[in-house]
Design a protein around this ligand. Sequence first.
Ligand code: LMR
Length: 395
Amino acid sequence: MFSQLKQQPADPILGLSVKFKADNNSNKIDLGAGIYKDEAGRTPVLASVKAAEQFRTDNETSKAYLGSAGSMLFNEKIQALNLGEHKVIGDNRIRTISTPGGTGALRIAAEFINRCTPGATIWVSNPTWANHQGVFTAAGLNVKTYPYYDYDNKCIDFAGMVEALKEVSKDDAVLLHACCHNPSGMDLSNSQWREIAELSKKIGFMPVVDMAYQGFGQGLDEDAYGLRLMADTVDEMIICSSCSKNFGLYRERIGACSIIGKSAAAADIINSALLPIVRVNYSMPPAHGAAIVETILSSEELTSQWHGELNEMRSRIGGMRRLLVDKLVAKGVTRDFSFITQQNGMFSFLGIDKDQVQRLQDEFSIYIVGSSRISVAAVSYDNVDYLTESIAKVL
Ligand code: LMR
């Protein structure tokens, strides 16, 4: 049976980490996967997470099954983190399940959509996270794209986006990045969100909001503006969120899929359809990451410590954006890279071509995604000179 298999290409993002690890160049820099790194190039366990883990070790009394929805306390806390004190929570119109990371949430959401409308179309931004297409296709959805990033002018092609979304059918789903657009770093303004929310209401398409970076853009509440506005405006929507980045829980795989229905009764039916999808996939989510997050969010002290740590990560990335642009100028680069400082979250497109990306890897051991997406979160005072000199050389 296995002899039928053909060698497959490595994942465009995760494959880079493998190559990076095998590289012996002491100057090597990994700007591939979206992983926060501190000034020393480490991805540390947050102190608030360490404290929550200690609390769990001391207080956990059982490892019995939790059920397909995972931890109900985590689900409640994540609703409040994503939506604030939103009326959909008060009106009991939302159901949340814990999932194995944000990817798990997207896969479950996609299977749920497919169950509602077999073979439905989901529209994703062009460009989007390299894994969106694969996750949705694997769940049986048809994937189409709407214009999003204007590569020439380094801004959002909002007119193109609106034109495309006007053609979307009411039975289609539309994936929107809540904040810190991956890969472009360009986010919708509040007024643009208002237009998209009105469009969704008018046409009736299903918004699927992917929030993988809450807190990495402007702040926890600011980054949720579009998502909350959408929940104010439409009757039904899906939210996929992740705790990988904002809690630094990458390998624990903890995220959430929340579905908002028209009424409490509709939400119950939604839940009854959602849980069997989990059951046939992986029965129930792992508990450890959820336990950490719910412990932090249940304690005022740990929440405030976590806010401090999140603010520090966000402001370090902001500082690195400015430093990168200044250093490129200092190294004699005449091309304008100032757009890097106007973007949110971990990512930016350098806008260099595929050959230049490959040269950075082959000649300088600098690993970036083929689209020229860099993770600014991995730039530091230590590596910025080597990085900008290398970029200047390939330019
Ligand atoms: C990324 O885009 O680099 C991250 O979301 C990590 C991943 O799983 O691709």
